[in-house]
Design a protein around this ligand. Structure first.
Ligand SMILES: *Cc1c(COP(=O)(O)O)cnc(C)c1O
Length: 416
């Protein structure tokens, strides 16, 4: 929890706005973001890397709301995208295509075409077959595609297996042992221009040493390439810096930056980073209301109006989100609850065994929900997606309307 979410007279606030007022005006479930927290997180990165040329590319998949993309664009950010849809979002939000890097293992020819047309900064290519397709698509368009190869440095990020991406067994990137051959091949392809090298070893890392280990392995390849006359303009070390959800102790942005910069002493390449979670995770909460309290023989349930379709991380990764009552009420009795949603799945839980003094109708805030919350949401059980609200000092702005059921099935047709 950042200081932008805090209690004032036993009322949980985002900046100067009481979350209760947001619930009354916009309903629940709703995602609530703090502009100050987003700005502060971005500025920490910008400041930590200001001693050298660096581009902070926000990983759009962590939170793709246009207002958030627009805020980062105004702060000078670039963007790391993984689909043509994300590119359209960045452009619609006023982002600069010239600051976009395009990651992902499955880029289609249509997506490559779209990105070449827009004039992105770099394609982060993940396989030999992708190199060939990109060369072909660029040739037809009479364009030259800027490329970086995502190299798999085979280091253990020591994070959850679902979000660890830098080991040999992962689907991401090209194998370390194959990288030089593929660089030589790319350098010889007529419609490609080799401009960089990238890696991304995983997410929610709470230790800086795997980042340094990956950087050192990448630099060995960079030097080998230079000795063969293939000189790179930029090095992209991906995202992955963790945040505190509970009691994790990730390095500060400054410590993370110093560790990386230490490995880069004497190098002239421009630096690119792709943080997602570290920029938005602690800048958002999911606001939900208790529909029912259901005491049980072994467990008590707090059934809330948000569910796994709104926030999938607990179900998918067994992730922990702190749950805070929006109003601290000393007159209520405290019990231990399972916080669950209305979806018909046993896996539909948001939090286990939380002691809370709450009642039917109480509002709860699931903290640290700004990353991989709304962007992973779905319509399972025909549940319209939540509204999103941006708080800026004392003001609240609706930055995404609550979806309607009619919108959910608008594209469906009956047949005879
Ligand atoms: C998901 C992803 C990121 C962002 O990861 P975080 O852990 O949210 O910082 C960056 N780069 C790539 C290639 C990704 O897939």
């Amino acid at each position: 929890m950042t200081s932008n979410f805090h209690y004032q007279n036993d009322q949980l606030h985002a900046e100067n706005v009481a979350l209760q007022d947001i619930a009354e005006r916009f309903g629940t479930p709703s995602y609530v973001y703090s502009r100050a927290a987003l700005t502060d997180a971005y500025m920490q990165f910008a400041d930590a890397f200001k001693t050298r040329e660096a581009l902070i590319c926000f990983a759009v998949k962590s939170n793709s709301n246009l207002a958030i993309l627009n805020l980062f664009a105004r702060l000078g950010a670039g963007f790391d995208i993984v689909s043509g849809g994300e590119l359209q979002r960045v452009l619609a939000a006023g982002g600069d295509a010239g600051k976009v890097v395009f990651s992902g293992v499955g880029k289609t020819a249509a997506e490559m075409h779209q990105a070449l047309e827009a004039g992105i900064l770099c394609f982060n290519v993940e396989s030999e077959a992708e190199l060939e397709r990109l060369n072909q698509v660029a040739g037809v368009m009479r364009k030259t595609a800027p490329v970086s190869l995502r190299v798999n440095p085979d280091v253990d990020a020591k994070t959850h297996p679902y979000i660890s991406t830098g080991l040999k067994q992962n689907k991401f990137g090209v194998a370390y042992a194959d990288a030089l051959r593929l660089y030589r091949k790319a350098a010889g392809m007529p419609n490609l221009r080799v401009t960089g090298m990238d890696c991304h070893i995983g997410s929610q890392l709470t230790d800086a040493s795997p980042f340094v280990a990956a950087a050192e392995k990448i630099l060995q390849l960079v030097e080998q390439l230079a000795s063969e006359g293939i000189r790179l303009e930029h090095l992209d070390f991906g995202g992955g810096l963790g945040i505190r959800y509970r009691d994790e102790t990730p390095p500060s942005v400054a410590d993370y930056a110093n560790a990386l910069l230490g490995a880069l002493v004497g190098r002239k390449e421009k630096l690119i980073l792709e943080p997602g979670r570290a920029l938005v995770g602690n800048a958002g909460v999911l606001l939900t209301r208790v529909e029912y309290l259901k005491p049980g023989e072994e467990k008590n349930f707090a059934i809330v109006d948000a569910a796994m379709n709104d926030l999938m991380r607990p179900t998918l990764y067994d992730a922990y989100h702190e749950v805070l009552p929006v109003v601290r009420d000393a007159t209520l009795a405290s019990h231990v609850y399972e916080v669950v949603g209305p979806v018909c799945e046993t896996g539909d839980f948001l939090a286990h065994e939380r002691e809370m003094a709450i009642a039917q109708g109480s509002l709860l805030a699931l903290m640290s929900a700004g990353a991989y919350g709304m962007s992973m949401s779905s319509n399972y059980n025909s549940r319209p997606r939540a509204a999103e609200i941006m708080v800026d000092k004392g003001a609240m702005h609706l930055v995404r309307e609550r979806e309607t059921v009619a919108q959910i099935f608008a594209g469906e047709k009956l047949f005879k």
